[in-house]
Design a protein around this ligand. Structure first.
Ligand code: NAD
Ligand code: MG
Length: 385
């Protein structure tokens, strides 16, 4: 029986992962090693009981007693805090879903990679902050990283076994998020509630707001570069309001292979779960006759400065990705808390990159986790409102 762990099981991606495991037979089909979550103890405990996990971990030390109480009478071990997350990630598993949001997902992913097996990576922040570290950990641990972000799963599937020199470039699509069609002058007054709705995808609040600001796509461009080893001039973004084509691989001979599907994360998660095979998944079949037309347009960088910043981050290399991500996380916290407006997030990220780019070590690629965490903390401090 394959052993699985899910980091961030109680979130949007994590719960979809749990759902797929449950539909496949739950404890009769997979041995669940670890499930982790945050403050939603009831949900974490219910999932852990259901899948008969070895251990359930909450990220919050002060919630350990609540978790113990919620798991009373079961065989599931309860644990809490960063050290417990690390310990859970070091337990051997054949398939680990990395679905914590933010740079907090970096450590468990790195530890899991050192155990070998497959790391199904939804946590794009890992590759944005520390691409070289993640790739090195995979090689050293003999682990395989599979993409779970839908665009990257799409590229991975469209590439097949084709060598990279057959690829001219790749295109990832973006729905355009909540404010795609808003007049520019209204954006400054956009509220958190307005930014927290997505036209096509049901996702966690942070990535939904990042979709409205296009920071999500900016992160995904960097993620594409780090995951596939492409040059930055080989990665393009196309606005595609229907979210049916997720990405295209454009070949040197003028042909393109696109990946299509309903906007449902269970496809990308399930693809990574069943890889290298395919198995039926609870995803609605594509009904193109009903959808009728698919539309595309170039992104407007006045509306979405995050896309320009992504190119600057890739050109800078070194710690720029970690600073970019942490400044974005801080600006997002400040927007959600009402301390800054929607259109103040990108300038804050840009100012933080400018302020930290002169510091010693900025241009050096990260060599260990602590270096990344130090730059992450410095960037949050610099970006804070
Ligand atoms: P979410 O907010 O719904 O869930 C996040 C999970 O991480 C929860 O289990 C939460 O308890 C846990 N968590 C949050 N902060 C933590 C911390 N500091 N330490 C430990 N655990 C913590 O997020 P989501 O939308 O499921 O996204 C998860 C990741 O997947 C993100 O990196 C996101 O960019 C990526 N992703 C999500 C989607 C999607 O459809 N939601 C699609 C592609 C990629
Ligand atoms: Mg995506």
């Amino acid at each position: 029986m394959r052993r699985i762990s899910i980091f961030g099981a109680t979130g949007s991606v994590g719960a979809n992962g749990v759902d797929l495991i449950r539909r496949a037979g739950g404890p009769d089909a997979y041995r669940t090693v670890a499930l982790t979550g945050g403050r939603n103890i009831a949900r974490l405990a219910a999932m852990a009981r259901d899948l008969r996990a070895e251990i359930a971990v909450t990220a919050h030390d002060e919630l350990l007693d609540d978790l113990r109480t919620a798991l009373a009478g079961s065989d599931v071990q309860a644990a809490a805090g960063a050290q417990a997350l690390r310990e859970a990630a070091s337990r051997p598993a054949d398939w680990v879903l990395s679905a914590i949001v933010g740079s907090a997902g970096l450590m468990p992913g790195l530890v899991a990679l050192s155990q070998g097996g497959v790391l199904a990576l939804a946590n794009k922040e890992s590759l944005v902050c520390a691409g070289p570290l993640i790739r090195r950990a995979a090689v050293q641990g003999g682990a395989t990283i599979l993409p779970v972000d839908s665009e990257h799963s799409a590229i991975f599937q469209a590439l097949g076994s084709e060598p990279l020199d057959a690829v001219k470039d790749v295109t990832i699509t973006a729905s355009g998020g909540a404010f795609r069609d808003w007049p520019l002058e209204r954006l400054a007054a956009a509220t958190v509630a307005q930014a927290s709705t997505h036209p096509n995808w049901a996702m966690g609040q942070r990535i939904t707001i990042d979709s409205a600001s296009m920071f999500n796509k900016a992160m995904e461009v960097i993620e594409t570069k780090e995951f596939f080893g492409l040059r930055q001039d080989q990665i393009a973004v196309l606005i595609h309001p229907e979210s049916i084509v997720h990405a295209m691989v454009n070949h040197v001979d003028g042909g393109s292979i696109a990946h299509l599907g309903a906007p449902d994360m269970r496809h990308a998660i399930g693809y990574a779960l069943n890889w290298p095979d395919r198995a039926p998944l609870p995803v609605a079949p594509l009904d193109l006759a009903r959808i009728g037309s698919l539309t595309f347009r170039a992104p407007d960088e006045t509306r979405w400065p995050a896309l320009r910043l992504a190119r600057e981050v890739m050109a800078a290399g070194g710690m720029a990705g970690a600073v970019f991500n942490a400044a974005k996380e801080q600006a997002l916290d400040d927007f959600i808390a009402g301390r800054i407006g929607f259109t103040q997030m990108a300038p804050r990220v840009e100012q933080t990159l400018e302020a930290l780019s002169g510091r010693d070590g900025f241009a050096r690629a990260p060599e260990d986790l602590q270096t990344v965490l130090d730059w992450d903390a410095a960037a949050r401090q610099e970006a804070a409102a």
